[in-house]
Design a binder for this molecule. Structure first.
Ligand code: HEC
Ligand code: HEC
Ligand code: HEC
Ligand code: HEC
Ligand code: HEC
Ligand code: HEC
Ligand code: HEC
Ligand code: HEC
Ligand code: HEC
Length: 396
């Protein structure tokens, strides 16, 4: 539907501008500039623009002084590019027929990149670093540097390059850190969930440093429940006031790893002294999680044994998943740092796991008893048959 309306808009726009087709019939620029011509064939601009739209000159002749005559502006330098692309892309009249937004340049100017650029630093990212000049592709094209799967590599072109980052005192490790995160890993494994890449946290055109305040908002977009529980913790406001990112304080900005009970041990003592009330809170919650996980692991093992007997285990499996759900609910809730509240859930998880553990063992004992009786009957029968055979032979 969206493509359809875009197509209609385009047809309409072609009629309005009268460019494209006519400009392309006689393009002699390509006779001397085949490299750019080949790149341009894939570009989103290929229908609407021609070489002349951006460079000026006369495309109807293959003779040099004339071809580079008539309003020829030559190469567009790095210092000129953002304002140049914006000449069309920030112009509402020109963009309306294509249904494109016109805020990229304004956002760019407000970003960390754009602010440095305005100070005369052309090393920061400009439009063509992320979009290319001649082969500008739609973000839906998997080959595009702006396609979701390619964002980290596009930013990494500079942000993973120590030479480029050194003058700014920025770490060139952000991309590797991001690639190690649960988010990037889930993305590589083809998860269908909405997972963040660089631009979900930093924006693409407003690629500004996510300030401490923004950071919390960013995680919250997708982890709303966790954030609500975090609101109830003594860290709400105090972490930000002390200059820490509220989620990043424990999870880090980029190397966000799969959390588990080990995180309670490692993270609290980075800010609180071992033995303090705060650190003890961490220890207590950790102990609850470890216990609940052990209970569930034990119950799982017992169910596996029961299945081998074989006993019917569907009912037990269902109850085990209830126990796991309590534990899963404890994850977000633990962000309140409320030991009693966490304990209430882990206790439920514990008792369900214990209950089914006991029941399975009872059944296994009964079953074991039955087996013994059946075994004894068999033994009795065998001995009787044996004895009968023996007496038969003796009597012959
Ligand atoms: C007869 C061959 C020929 C034709 C036709 C031609 N060019 Fe060129 N162009 C050249 C050569 C050779 C250079 C490199 C030397 C120079 O900078 O003048 C060049 C350089 C350029 C540059 C880079 C200028 C710079 O500042 O570095 C641009 C941009 C360019 N041409 C665009 C065009 C466009 C657009 C057309 C068609 C309207 C066109 N050319 C037609 C031969 C040609
Ligand atoms: C959307 C605008 C746009 C269009 C359309 C466009 N160019 Fe360019 N071109 C640029 C920009 C921006 C640069 C400078 C950055 C760069 O070198 O990539 C450039 C650079 C060039 C250069 C200089 C390359 C160099 O390395 O010195 C040549 C030659 C050129 N273009 C030729 C062409 C030809 C031929 C066409 C048509 C097939 C064309 N351009 C279409 C934007 C455009
Ligand atoms: C002469 C006007 C003009 C200039 C200059 C121009 N563009 Fe465009 N651009 C357009 C038009 C028109 C479209 C819509 C094309 C379409 O949908 O067929 C477009 C489309 C795009 C798109 C695709 C948006 C999408 O997803 O559909 C991107 C990205 C883009 N331009 C980037 C750039 C960059 C980067 C520059 C500078 C190097 C630039 N443009 C220069 C007119 C321009
Ligand atoms: C740091 C990388 C980066 C820079 C610099 C950048 N862009 Fe983009 N741009 C992106 C990404 C990524 C997307 C696609 C995802 C999105 O829309 O956020 C995009 C999307 C676009 C689109 C399509 C928007 C739409 O509504 O579909 C246009 C047009 C565009 N950019 C133009 C520009 C222009 C003009 C500039 C320079 C003033 C620029 N971009 C600078 C990364 C960048
Ligand atoms: C052409 C190289 C280049 C590309 C590509 C690039 N950046 Fe940057 N970026 C820089 C440079 C250089 C700086 C340092 C500017 C400064 O100190 O403000 C920077 C600064 C930043 C900052 C601000 C850091 C701070 O503390 O001020 C963020 C955030 C950022 N980039 C994110 C991104 C994202 C996200 C992308 C990809 C969508 C990207 N960058 C693509 C070169 C690049
Ligand atoms: C899940 C959200 C998230 C993702 C994804 C993300 N970042 Fe960040 N990034 C942050 C946070 C939070 C900060 C810290 C900002 C602060 O303290 O002001 C940060 C800081 C930065 C900084 C500035 C200072 C530093 O730590 O060196 C740069 C540059 C940066 N990120 C680039 C990137 C790039 C490139 C990517 C993609 C490979 C990326 N980020 C992915 C959240 C994210
Ligand atoms: C665009 C949405 C989005 C944003 C923004 C986001 N996340 Fe996530 N996050 C997810 C999804 C989806 C998963 C589940 C990944 C999986 O399938 O394992 C996840 C997983 C996690 C996990 C692992 C959970 C587990 O049980 O394994 C942690 C920790 C995490 N995110 C922390 C953060 C932090 C901290 C931030 C902010 C700096 C953040 N996330 C920003 C979507 C997001
Ligand atoms: C990045 C630093 C940082 C980390 C990591 C951290 N805290 Fe805190 N914590 C603070 C700050 C700052 C305060 C508020 C000032 C204060 O009371 O010391 C605070 C306050 C508290 C308080 C309330 C006041 C008190 O001291 O009793 C508790 C409880 C607490 N933290 C528990 C924890 C636990 C449990 C962990 C580990 C899961 C943890 N904190 C990890 C920085 C941190
Ligand atoms: C004081 C340290 C601390 C802070 C601050 C913190 N977390 Fe956590 N987070 C943890 C610990 C420890 C775990 C591991 C819980 C467990 O044992 O399963 C965890 C687990 C998680 C998980 C996986 C379990 C779940 O909740 O589904 C996600 C997602 C998560 N955190 C996101 C966030 C977000 C979003 C924020 C900011 C609102 C945040 N965390 C703030 C310490 C923290």
């Amino acid at each position: 539907m969206k493509t359809m309306s875009r197509l209609l808009l385009k047809i309409f726009a072609l009629g309005l501008l009268g460019t494209g087709a006519s400009a392309q019939t006689q393009n002699y620029c390509k006779t001397c500039h085949s490299e750019q011509e080949v790149e341009f064939r894939d570009s989103v601009h290929r229908e609407e623009l021609s070489c002349v739209s951006c460079h000026g000159g006369d495309a109807s002749t293959a003779e040099l002084p004339q071809a580079h005559g008539k309003g020829f502006r030559g190469k567009i330098t790095r210092a000129q590019i953002p304002a140049f692309c914006a000449g069309c892309h920030a112009d509402r009249e020109q963009m309306r027929p294509y249904g494109l937004s016109t805020d990229q340049y304004a956002l760019y100017q407000s970003s960390g990149h754009g602010r440095k650029f305005a100070q005369g630093d052309a090393q920061v990212a400009i439009c063509t670093d992320c979009h290319q000049s001649h082969r500008v592709l739609s973000q839906d094209n998997p080959q595009s540097p702006t396609h979701r799967q390619n964002i980290a590599a596009t930013c990494g072109h500079c942000h993973a390059d120590p030479e480029r980052m050194r003058p700014y005192g920025l770490s060139a490790g952000v991309v590797a850190d991001y690639e190690a995160s649960v988010h990037a890993q889930a993305k590589r494994e083809g998860s269908a969930a909405r997972l963040p890449s660089c631009i979900d946290c930093h924006g693409s055109h407003g690629a500004a440093p996510a300030g401490v305040g923004d950071v919390s908002k960013v995680c919250m977009h997708c982890h709303r429940q966790t954030r609500e529980f975090f609101h109830l913790s003594p860290h709400f406001k105090t972490l930000a006031a002390a200059g820490y990112g509220e989620c990043a304080a424990c999870h880090s900005n980029h190397r966000i790893l799969k959390p588990g009970p080990q995180l309670w041990a490692s993270t609290c003592v980075t800010c609180h002294e071992a033995g303090s009330t705060a650190a003890r809170t961490g220890d207590q919650i950790q102990a609850l999680f470890i216990q609940a996980q052990a209970d569930i692991a034990q119950a799982t093992e017992t169910i596996i044994q029961a299945r081998q007997v074989p006993l019917a285990v569907e009912d037990y499996e269902q109850r085990l998943s209830i126990a796991s759900t309590y534990l899963m609910e404890a994850g977000p809730l633990s962000h309140t740092l409320d030991v009693a509240a966490v304990e209430e859930l882990t206790r439920k998880s514990h008792s369900v796991a214990q209950e089914l553990e006991t029941e399975i063992h009872e059944k296994m004992t009964i079953f074991g008893g039955r087996r013994l009786v059946v075994g004894l009957i068999w033994l009795y029968l065998l001995i009787t048959i044996g004895a009968l055979q023996y007496f038969k032979r003796r009597s012959r």
